[in-house]
Design a binder for this molecule. Structure first.
Ligand SMILES: [Zn+2]
Length: 151
């Protein structure tokens, strides 16, 4: 990091904080003593979602939130909880430096979390997401729900 005033290569970081998607750093030049601010991008791989048909698309937070909402329509679930849940999920993949995640991984992760937010929403999301073709699949989801209640 060269000082924009004198070109000196050494600086001291005075303050560092997140700013939007970037890190804002207040720096002081060790050569001339002048202060300046840098905005540094966090270098994370772009997260791609592999769909069931094998094709890829960029992870879309809004699309996922909308999808969950459509699946759990009219349930008393706070929208902030869903948004927070999706953000948390995205952060988790990002921390793991993942570049690809499958749609079924996302679906399972969403189901895991919904279970604790709203039982009916969970079953409804599961039925939409897993696209039940048989009763056994549906019963398996209900079974998983019972285990949650026992805790
Ligand atoms: Zn300087």
């Amino acid at each position: 990091m060269n000082c924009p005033f004198c070109g000196h290569t050494e600086t001291r970081v005075l303050d560092s904080r997140p700013h939007d998607e970037r890190i804002r750093r207040r720096r002081e030049c060790l050569g001339c003593g002048k202060r300046f601010t840098t905005y540094e991008a966090v270098d994370r791989p772009m997260l791609m979602v592999q769909k069931k048909d094998g094709s890829y698309e960029p992870f879309d937070r809004h699309k996922l939130v909308t999808g969950i909402f459509n699946a759990i329509k009219k349930r008393p679930v706070n929208s902030n909880l869903i948004v927070a849940m999706v953000e948390e999920l995205e952060d988790e993949y990002s921390r793991q430096m993942r570049s690809t995640v499958t749609s079924s991984e996302i679906g399972n992760a969403v189901m895991e979390r919904l279970k604790y937010i709203d039982a009916v929403a969970y079953v409804r999301f599961a039925s939409v997401y897993q696209d039940f073709t048989d009763v056994a699949g549906f019963l398996a989801v209900i079974g998983a729900l019972d285990k949650t209640d026992e805790k």
